[in-house]
Design a protein around this ligand. Structure first.
Ligand SMILES: C[S@@+](CC[C@H](N)C(=O)[O-])C[C@H]1O[C@@H](n2cnc3c(N)ncnc32)[C@H](O)[C@@H]1O
Length: 285
C-alpha cells in the first residue's frame, strides 16, 4: 500500500458495486462523487444496460463476484445486529458505504478504520453526507505501523460491549504480522458475543494455474498493493481460533449466489476469495 496514494483496489471494488450486476447497483451515486473522467465513465456504464454487460464481461466476472461478496457480508451485518451488536468496526473500509446505506445500522455506532490516504479521499468524496448509522467515527490507521488499539480506545470504542468487526477485501494485502497484530487488537477488544466477518484469499488463486497466478501477482504488485496475505482455509481457521473466535461459516461465491441470487457460473472464477463469519462465544455479554 502506497503511503500517500489512496487504494486503487478500493476504488475498483467500489466501481464494481456501482455497476448493475446480478444484484442492483449498490452505490448508485459513486460516479458523481468520484468526479472527473473516471466518474463520468462509471456513470455512463452504470446507466446503460449494454455498458454494464460489457463491464461485467471485461471485468472477468469481478462485478458479479463483488456484488455477491457484498451481499454475503451485508447478511452477516444483519445477523450480528439482530443478535445484539451495536458497535461495528469496519477495518480497511475503503469506499464501503454500509454506514450510509444499511438500515440495520440505524442504532449502531460505526468506526471507519482505513489507511490515512484512502480515508482522506473517501471523506472528500462523501462530504457531509449524513450516515444512516446512529454515530460515525473516523479512525485513520495503517495496520502495518499504527496502533489500532489506541485509536479505538481514543475514539470511544467500548471493549465491554459486543462488536461486529468487518474486514472485507483486506487480509490479502496484509503481511501475516499485520494480520496477527490486527487480530490481537480484535481479540483484546471483543466482549463475548462479538462477531468477526472477513473475506480472505486462498492460495490457489485463479483457475488457470501458475500463469494466472503470476500475472495476478504482477498486476497487484504493479499497482502498489501486492497480494501478500493469502491463506489456506486451515490457516484462516487457526488464525481466527487463536484470536478467540469460533468459525460459524466459511463460504464462497457459488453458495452466496444460491442464497442471494445471481449467476454462480460467472462468479465461479473468483471462488478463491471466501467469506468467513466467526463468533466470540464464551460467556455472555
Ligand atoms: C480492496 S480494498 C477493500 C475496501 C473495502 N473493505 C471494500 O470492500 O470496499 C482494500 C482496503 O484495504 C486498505 N488497506 C490495505 N492495506 C492497509 C494497511 N496497511 N492499513 C490500513 N488499510 C489498508 C486499503 O486502504 C483499502 O481501503
Amino acid at each position: 500500500m502506497h503511503d500517500t496514494k489512496p487504494s486503487l483496489t478500493a476504488l475498483l471494488v467500489a466501481a464494481a458495486r456501482a455497476i448493475p450486476g446480478p444484484l442492483p447497483a449498490v452505490d448508485a451515486q459513486l460516479g458523481a462523487q468520484v468526479g472527473g473522467k473516471f466518474g463520468a465513465v462509471l456513470d455512463l456504464i452504470a446507466s446503460n444496460k449494454a455498458g454494464a454487460l460489457l463491464a461485467r464481461a471485461a471485468g472477468l466476472a469481478l462485478v458479479d463476484h463483488i456484488h455477491l461478496r457484498t451481499a454475503a457480508l451485508d447478511g452477516a451485518v444483519a445477523e450480528a445486529v439482530a443478535a445484539g451488536c451495536r458497535q461495528v468496526v469496519v477495518l480497511g473500509a475503503g469506499y464501503d458505504r454500509r454506514a450510509w446505506r444499511l438500515d440495520a445500522l440505524r442504532e449502531c455506532m460505526v468506526w471507519e478504520v482505513d489507511h490515512p490516504a484512502t480515508q482522506a479521499e473517501k471523506r472528500r468524496q462523501l462530504g457531509d453526507a449524513p450516515p444512516v448509522a446512529a454515530r460515525l467515527v473516523w479512525a485513520a490507521v495503517d495496520f502495518a505501523v499504527d496502533d489500532l488499539d489506541a485509536q479505538l480506545q481514543a475514539n470511544g470504542h467500548d471493549p465491554e460491549r459486543p462488536t461486529l468487526w468487518l474486514w472485507e477485501g483486506v487480509t490479502m494485502y496484509l503481511p501475516q504480522a499485520a494480520q496477527r497484530a490486527t487480530l490481537g487488537v480484535v481479540q483484546a477488544r471483543s466482549a463475548p458475543q462479538s462477531w468477526l466477518a472477513l473475506s480472505y484469499l486462498t492460495p490457489q488463486l485463479l483457475p488457470g494455474g501458475k500463469l494466472a497466478k503470476a500475472v495476478a501477482a504482477q498486476v497487484f504488485a504493479g499497482i502498489g498493493e501486492p497480494l501478500v496475505g493469502a491463506m489456506s482455509r486451515t490457516q484462516m481457521r487457526a488464525l481466527l481460533g487463536a484470536a478467540g473466535f469460533d468459525l460459524a461459516s466459511d463460504t464462497a461465491n457459488p453458495e452466496w449466489a444460491r442464497r442471494f441470487g445471481g449467476n454462480a457460473g460467472v462468479a465461479f472464477l473468483f471462488r478463491c476469495e471466501r467469506v468467513a463469519v466467526a463468533l466470540r462465544s464464551q460467556g455472555s455479554p
